[in-house]
Structure formats: structure tokens, C-alpha cells
Design a protein around this ligand. Structure first.
Ligand code: ATP
Ligand code: MN
Length: 478
């Protein structure tokens, strides 16, 4: 193992006057004397003090922003403000030069748009370092939460022949020569001759397969990539995103909501505990950004307060029907401020409506239940009113929908009837229907969009900034 100590450990060290080896990338070098060095283990840099009078001038010239170096020196208490300890260098080695004329990251503020174009380097900024450390903590915390509760991590397929929602937003997977694919006698593309002997696509959700697992293992969860070819150029949609989909046998909708709320609170708490420095940095970043906004659009809570608030309060639970009543009577609706006015019962809520409920009306996370069946998927359990289904969406401030879930329809007859009504091919889903034929039981589950969670916890404004290499319409660089 390398003798090198990571910067996070050095900064927390109680011991001084010890010799240390530290490696990292130069953030800044000022007065020919002070290097701010970062190795990604923490948002904070360690200060390296260079004895410039006794250092070769050609080496000093190579201490440029972005260069990788290795330093041996003494860890001492710092005289300067802002840090407890620093390293008095006795030996500096350049591992990799970085030409300051060409290096795209200057020690100044770059716009997020610019950094997206150099996503291969943006990890080296304070903002993106913090985001991806928080993302890592959240990811680990999700596994911890489920593993501690005896859930089985199930890997559902990436390539499938089913479009879970019937929404048709899939990416095709094919081996055909696109210029000249085999055709049937009637002139259609003959997928029988394709690699899998049928038309296939990238998964839009692992839920249907997840349910199969739950019907034997009781509690399962997936955590994997999901692909949707929706042409939505929004700040909340990616073409490739990660989703967490737990599925639980013997759960009803209330159990489902309780689990989702507990999961969200647990992972936020973990981030607050493990990434205090990163969240403090991101909190300040957001506060700076908010200063640019008009007074009435600024949030009264800091990022950290917002996260804490989320932990301290029960999510508001109400039905879709109750929400429609609130929205109908709301000031923006009466003053015709909504782009999509609330006219009646039955239409899907737009993001402006969701945000009104969460940010203006309840001022906390909201769980909406019992949506009209015509705007929800075929597998959701039908209520006795024959109008609504046991669906639940969790809405978060600044984000809108973060979780979508439901109690599943376990009654074969009802399920088949709904599939017929919605034109979902029953033959293709014979295996799914089998679970309703053999030992069917009440069960429920939900999908949590991982990037929407990271967006919320980091306080970032665009989902493209919380995944290392975002995929969206007209973009698959890197
Ligand atoms: P939306 O209405 O926001 O498009 P949806 O109803 O299509 O969401 P679901 O199919 O219920 O979403 O998917 C479950 C979760 O996955 C959502 O609650 C959301 O957190 C996340 N999600 C859905 N689509 C995307 C996307 N394109 N990019 C990132 N996350 C997404
Ligand atoms: Mn969608």
C-alpha cells in the first residue's frame, strides 16, 4: 500500500510534527509559496508551504493549476487563517504537468453550462467534487437501508422485450444492419431474424421483473440504470438515469408510503452526517445563486435547513381528489396564473401544480394517493369506486415527483380487464400474469429516481449536473 495519506485524514489529524506523503492536484499556487492541494477525499484543500528560496526555479514554474504532484513534508500547525494544519514541503515531485495556457479550468468561477461541456474535468471543481461525494453517500445509504431490513438486491434485466408502462419511450436494441434490415414478406422489419429473435429495447423500469422476485423472496429492491427516449429537454429528465425500485409482498399502500418516507429520511440523514463539509459548501453555493433571484423567488430556508426540515416533519398525505380541490380554489388558479388551469377532475397534474402544493400550500413534502385510473399504469390496484387506483406519488420542493409507486393489482380478473381496456398485450406478459395465477398476494412497490434525489440533496438546479456523464437529447459525449 502507498504510504500516502489522504487529505481528509491529514486535515483531521490530531498529531503534528510527523512526516507525511500527500498526493493530489494543484488548485492554486500563490506568492510562489502556498499550494492549495486537493485529492478529492474532501472539499477542503491542504496548504503546502514551499520553501521557494531553496527550490529549483524550474520546478516552481511547473507548480501550475491542475498539475498532479507528490509532496513529502512535515505536518505542522498552521499560522494562517482557515486551516488547522499545513504541510511544510521538503520534497516535491511533479507527477503530471498541466499547461496553464491550455488547461480549461482556471482558478475562477465557471458557469455550470461551460463545465457540462468539459464534464471530463469538472470533477476537479469544488462543486462537482461535493456533488459526487454526496451521490456516493446516498447510493451506499440506499443499500444500507434495504440490507438492514432484509431486502434482497435483485438485478433485473437491462435488455427486455417489454415496455413496462406501455409508454413507448424505449430505445431499441438491435443487431441489424440499419441500412438493410431483413424484411418479412409483407415488407416489415423481420425481428425474428434479429439477435434475440424478437424486438427488444433497453429497460424503462425493472418493476415487472421485481414483482416476480417479491413473489418468492418477499422484499426485493433494484438499483440500476433505466433508459427513456422521452424527448423532454427539462431540468428533471435524463435519457439514462438510475432508479431504485423496491417491491414488497404483503404490503398495502400505507406500508408502501411508510417505507418510502423512511427511506428518504434515512438517506438524507446519512448525507447530513457524512458529508457535512460538502453540504455546507453546496448550501453556500445555493445561497449565492439565490441572491441573483428576485426577492419573491428566493427560498427562506438554506439547503441544510431544508434537508433538516424534511427529516423533522411528516410528509403530508392526501388524495388526488383532495389536491384538485385545493388547486381549484388556489389563488394562482383563480387569477389564471397556471399555464394549465385546473378545470376538472381527471387530468394529470403538471409540475406547476405539484410545486404549488409542496412549496406554497403545505410547505413540505407531499404524498398524493388514489389517482384517476386513466392517468396511471395498468398494474395499479383498482379502488372500489372504479374511478381511482391505489397509486402514490411523492412530491418534493423544487423537484416535483421524486417517487412514483402503487399497491399492485393482485386480482387476475381485474388485472386482465384493465389490460384489455388499455390495449396491453396479455400474451406477451404471460409470465407476469402467472404470478396472479399461482399464489397471488397483496403487494406494493415504488420507483425512486436516484438523480432526482441527488438533485434535492445537493440543491442543484439541473439534473444534468448530478450524474457524471449525462445523456439527453442530442448529447452522448464522453
Ligand atoms: P415524470 O412525470 O416526472 O416524467 P414519471 O411519471 O415518468 O415521472 P415514473 O415512471 O413513475 O416517472 O418513474 C419513477 C421515478 O423515476 C420518478 O418518480 C422520477 O423520480 C424518476 N424519473 C422518471 N423519469 C425520469 C427521467 N427521465 N430522468 C430522471 N428521473 C426520472
Ligand atoms: Mn415521465
Amino acid at each position: 500500500m502507498s504510504k500516502r495519506t489522504k487529505i481528509k485524514a491529514l486535515l483531521e489529524s490530531e498529531q503534528t510534527h510527523i512526516e507525511v506523503t500527500v498526493k493530489g492536484w494543484i488548485r492554486t499556487f500563490r506568492n510562489n509559496q502556498f499550494i492549495a492541494l486537493n485529492d478529492g477525499s474532501t472539499n477542503n484543500n491542504i496548504q503546502i508551504v514551499v520553501d521557494f528560496e531553496n527550490t529549483d526555479p524550474t520546478l516552481l514554474k511547473r507548480l501550475t493549476t491542475g498539475a498532479a504532484i507528490s509532496v513529502v513534508g512535515e505536518l505542522v500547525a498552521s499560522l494562517g487563517k482557515g486551516q488547522k494544519v499545513e504541510v511544510k514541503a521538503s520534497q516535491i515531485e511533479i507527477l503530471g504537468d498541466s499547461d496553464p495556457e491550455k488547461y480549461p479550468l482556471q482558478p475562477k468561477k465557471h458557469s455550470l453550462e461551460f463545465l457540462r461541456e468539459i464534464a471530463h474535468l469538472r470533477f476537479r471543481t469544488n462543486t462537482f467534487g461535493a456533488i459526487f461525494r454526496v451521490r456516493n453517500t446516498l447510493s451506499y445509504a440506499i443499500h444500507t437501508f434495504f440490507q438492514d431490513r432484509g431486502f434482497v438486491y435483485l438485478h433485473t434485466p437491462i435488455i427486455t422485450a417489454s415496455d413496462a408502462e406501455g409508454a413507448g419511450e424505449t430505445f431499441h436494441v438491435t443487431n441489424f444492419d440499419l441500412v438493410n434490415p431483413p424484411k418479412t414478406e409483407t415488407g416489415e422489419i423481420d425481428f425474428k431474424q434479429d439477435f434475440f429473435g424478437r424486438a427488444t429495447n433497453l429497460t424503462v423500469s425493472g418493476q415487472l421483473e421485481g414483482e416476480l422476485g417479491a413473489m418468492a423472496l418477499s422484499d426485493i429492491y433494484t438499483f440500476g440504470p433505466t433508459f427513456r427516449a422521452e424527448n423532454s429537454n427539462t431540468t428533471r429528465h435524463l435519457a439514462e438515469f438510475w432508479m431504485i425500485e423496491p417491491e414488497m409482498a404483503f404490503y398495502d399502500l400505507v406500508d408502501n408510503m411508510d417505507l418510502a418516507e423512511a427511506l428518504l429520511k434515512f438517506v438524507i440523514k446519512e448525507a447530513l452526517a457524512k458529508n457535512a463539509d460538502d453540504l455546507e459548501f453546496l448550501s453556500q453555493r445555493l445561497a449565492e445563486e439565490e441572491k441573483q433571484k428576485p426577492q419573491n423567488e428566493r427560498s427562506d430556508l438554506s439547503l441544510i435547513d431544508k434537508l433538516q426540515f424534511c427529516l423533522d416533519n411528516d410528509f403530508q398525505r392526501l388524495t388526488y381528489t383532495e389536491a384538485i380541490e385545493i388547486l381549484k380554489e388556489s389563488t394562482p388558479n383563480k387569477k389564471k396564473k397556471f399555464q394549465y388551469p385546473i378545470e376538472g377532475w381527471g387530468t394529470d397534474l403538471q409540475s406547476e401544480h405539484e410545486r404549488y402544493l409542496v412549496e406554497k400550500h403545505f410547505k413540505k413534502p407531499v404524498i398524493l394517493t388514489d389517482y384517476p385510473k386513466q392517468i396511471k399504469a395498468f398494474y395499479m390496484r383498482q379502488n372500489d369506486d372504479e374511478q381511482t387506483v391505489r397509486a402514490m406519488d411523492i412530491l418534493f420542493p423544487g423537484i416535483g415527483e421524486i417517487v412514483g409507486g402503487s399497491q399492485r393489482e393482485e386480482r387476475l380478473e381485474k388485472l386482465e380487464q384493465r389490460m384489455d381496456e388499455m390495449g396491453i398485450p396479455k400474451e406477451e406478459l404471460w409470465w407476469y400474469l402467472d404470478t396472479r395465477r399461482f399464489g397471488a398476494c397483496p403487494h406494493a412497490g415504488f420507483g425512486l429516481g436516484f438523480e432526482r434525489l441527488v438533485l434535492f440533496v445537493t440543491g442543484m438546479g439541473n439534473i444534468r449536473d448530478v450524474i457524471p456523464f449525462p445523456r439527453f437529447p442530442k448529447n452522448a459525449e464522453f
